[in-house]
Design a binder for this molecule. Structure first.
Ligand SMILES: [Zn+2]
Length: 397
């Protein structure tokens, strides 16, 4: 078998991945330092600024409090927060978020735009890139405002907020996979795969695997990226098979079927242990946060004056970061094992090892995968086994 990459290609791939590895090694320390700076120094001035901005808005727009329609909104917010003062809390949260984003912006843009273009992986125009970046940040800002009002508001009003919030959110997590098909449409156009040989063969393959689905869609990601991509979204009646336009262009019919067969392998894996474990972990995490917030308020950390004071928000970021740092290697180990099993499933379904190998080789070449990333990068939480390992584990003819 010819080697996966020529020495020149391999050198380019290493040059492409090296910055990612450096970032992966440095980022945990940078992040902790930045959050320590926020907590130790900046929380107090930021909070003073947020309070005075909110006061200014109150003076300028105070008439909205009594105007016929907006009055209801203000009353609802006061009730959700338990008192007046939610404006300063939301502004404080958005300010700290913006501060972190601005610090990270040069590095983020360099990685997502400059580096990807340098290695021919991105098709973004500057305008489209900026627009998607803006959309992402805007959604993030809404999520933060909702978190502040929802979680902090609830915590301020009821003692048992952590399970009142945790149980429904955990239940939502259990069903949220059904909403998946609608998420990616925020970014890319999708249209049904036209009738033809490929569609017919995918349908036959799914019948053979006994997997119901509603449609096969082609997602036009090539406006942004040159990567191959295939995934199943939703479940049961909302399940859709999503192939991107790059995969349709780059892979032959058998190879597309190999990729679909791999994705089909993920359908049969037991989902409930993972879902139940993450739901329990969420409730436990909220309980731990509750204890920590109580301690922060009794000791007056970061200038806090009461329980669920918004000034503890960067502390939550720190906790979530540590949880993800510890959880990443564990989740990665499970994920890589599921990927190995999906590969084995695909081979049992199609009996076409050769097409599966060609599919992996093309995916590795088009997506410029590092065939053998450093061991620590894998262990830190890579979702898939290195491509060289996947190829090596295929049965030899
Ligand atoms: Zn997979």
């Amino acid at each position: 078998m010819e080697p996966l990459f020529t020495p020149e290609q391999l050198a380019e791939i290493h040059a492409y991945h090296l910055p990612y590895y450096v970032r992966a090694a440095v980022d945990p320390f940078a992040k902790v330092l930045l959050l320590a700076l926020l907590l130790g120094v900046l929380v107090r001035p930021f909070f003073r600024m947020a309070t005075s901005v909110a006061g200014g808005l109150e003076r300028g727009l105070g008439f909205l409090r009594t105007a016929p329609v907006s009055r209801a909104f203000f009353q609802a917010m006061d009730r959700l927060w338990g008192e007046a003062g939610w404006g300063a809390a939301v502004i404080f949260a958005l300010m700290t978020d913006l501060f972190v984003k601005l610090i990270y912006a040069p590095v983020d843009v360099w990685f997502a735009y400059t580096l990807e273009h340098r290695h021919g992986m991105s098709n973004y125009t500057p305008a489209a890139f900026a627009w998607d970046l803006f959309k992402g940040h805007l959604m993030g800002a809404f999520a933060i405002a909702a978190l502040v009002i929802g979680m902090y508001g609830l915590a301020r009003r009821t003692r048992h907020w952590w399970w009142i919030l945790g149980v429904p959110v955990a239940l939502l997590m259990l069903v949220s996979a059904a909403l998946d098909p609608y998420r990616s449409r925020l970014y890319f156009e999708q249209e049904p795969l036209p009738p033809g040989a490929l569609r017919t063969r995918i349908t036959e393959l799914m019948t053979q695997a006994d997997i119901p689905f509603s449609d096969v869609l082609v997602e036009k990601t090539s406006v942004a990226s040159r990567r191959l991509q295939a995934y199943f979204a939703g479940q049961g009646p909302t399940r859709t098979i999503v192939l991107n336009d790059v995969i349709i262009q780059e892979l032959g019919e058998e190879e597309v079927l190999a990729a679909v067969a791999h994705e089909a392998g993920h359908i049969h894996e037991p989902k409930w242990p993972g879902r139940i474990a993450s739901s329990l972990a969420l409730v436990a995490l909220l309980f731990a946060i509750d204890r920590l917030l109580r301690r922060a308020s009794t000791r007056g950390w970061f200038g806090t004056t009461r329980f669920a004071d918004i000034r503890t928000l960067p502390l939550l970021s720190l906790i979530l970061f540590v949880v993800s740092l510890v959880g990443g290697p564990i989740a990665g180990t499970f994920s890589r094992e599921r990927e190995r099993e999906a590969d084995r499933f695909a081979l049992r379904l199609t009996h076409d090892t050769d097409a599966f190998r060609r599919m992996l080789v093309k995916a590795a070449r088009v997506n410029k995968m590092d065939p053998e990333p450093p061991r620590w990068v894998v262990l830190k939480g890579m979702s898939h086994p290195p491509i060289a390992e996947r190829l090596a584990s295929l049965p030899t003819p």
